[in-house]
Design a protein around this ligand. Structure first.
Ligand code: HMG
Ligand code: MG
Length: 312
């Protein structure tokens, strides 16, 4: 039996947070339903962040409410949460649904101080302090906790990031209650197979030294077309969990510079093909993937001509 690799589709969150146009909540719900039909293991549905910072995802609670009756058993739903206010919104969603509609919350920090401040108005240490009550309360409410580290290879503002810095942040995150998954984000798609391997190695060595069996997930943006080669390398190093984004949508608006808009994630179909070519299983249906990607492109293209008021 080939090894099974876990796939999370982050398009509704990472993809849509970077789109300039307004996508209606109804279209987002339909996109999530179509992604669920592909057979991915998890969908990152939205974020409970400040709507001033990310207006595109200001409808997170409404979106989850629409999904309460249609959530399939086989798929987990997750959402980004930066602080206690975000967690309380996520708990409210589950409370109103009466079940774990949101299975997992994802906290997020960075291996770059500059990116951390730009993205969350906080130093790395301040983000970690915010996560202490968030992780504890999420764990108490039976939600899993994923912890993202951004800029694991390079930062758009600071340049290359040493693997040891990523490992230091990783250990601090694993000290939090309930964090059993680290998601290593190559935010600007700078990784090469060698640099991703060095970073994974440093994180793995540190986890082993601390006796941690946390899952390592790899989250790649695909600026230079090297993401598939990095995935092959990560598979060889034992990574069995990856993020992709339908139609390759994605990018953190706070990773954009004046010269370059933040790049999209690796497309889920490219991710799945790379993994299957390497001899692993994903359980993902290629036809459903093609349909979901076509729908994702249609709502993004349609939104570009829509006035912001149209969704009010
Ligand atoms: P702040 O301005 O320092 O927050 O932002 P504050 O605590 O001073 O509060 C200011 C206002 O925000 C208040 O509202 C709060 O109520 C509100 P006001 O009184 O002014 O009307 N507020 C919130 N509203 C809703 N939900 C909340 C929340 N918290 C405060 N949770 C904050 C700090 C963290 C909130 C802000 O910086 C923020 O929302 N940042 C999020 C940025 C973001 O979502 N970036 C993209 C995701 S990360 C990413 O894409 C990378 C990743 O893909 C991995 C990779 O590729 O590397 C994950
Ligand atoms: Mg990302």
């Amino acid at each position: 039996m080939p090894d099974r690799v876990r796939i999370t589709d982050v398009a509704p969150r990472d993809g849509l947070q970077n789109e300039p146009g307004v996508i209606t909540t109804a279209d987002k719900a339909r996109l999530v339903e179509m992604i669920a039909r592909t057979g991915v293991d998890e969908i990152e549905v939205s974020s409970f962040v400040s709507p001033r910072w990310i207006p595109q995802l200001g409808d997170a609670a409404d979106l989850f409410a629409r999904l309460a009756d249609v959530k399939p058993q086989h798929v987990s739903f997750s959402a980004l949460v930066p602080n206690e206010q975000g967690l309380s919104a996520a708990l409210g969603v589950n409370g109103r649904a009466g079940f774990l509609l949101i299975d997992k919350v994802s906290v997020f920090t960075a291996a770059s101080e500059t990116f951390s401040r730009r993205n969350t108005n906080a130093t790395i240490a301040e983000t970690l302090a915010r996560f202490v009550p968030v992780a504890r309360e999420a764990h108490r409410a039976d939600m899993a906790v994923r912890a993202y580290i951004s800029c694991v290879v390079a930062c758009p503002f600071e340049g290359p990031i040493a693997p040891a810095r990523v490992a230091e942040v990783a250990i601090r995150l694993l000290d939090l209650d309930g964090v059993a998954e680290l998601d290593l984000g190559d935010t600007i798609g700078a990784a090469t197979p060698d640099s991703i391997a060095a970073m994974i190695d440093a994180v793995r060595t540190t986890l082993d030294a601390h006796g941690s069996d946390a899952t390592i997930t790899v989250h790649l943006h695909d600026t230079f077309g090297r993401a598939p080669a990095c995935i092959e390398k990560a598979l060889l190093l034992g990574v069995r969990s990856f993020d992709g984004s339908i139609a390759g949508l994605g990018g953190c608006p706070y990773a954009s510079t004046n010269e370059r808009r933040a790049p999209g994630n690796i497309a889920t179909d490219a991710l799945v093909r790379t993994i299957e070519r390497a001899g692993y299983e994903t359980g993902v249906d290629h036809e459903q993937l093609t349909e979901a990607a076509a729908f994702a492109r249609s709502i993004v293209d349609g939104s570009r001509d829509r006035e912001p008021e149209a969704d009010a």
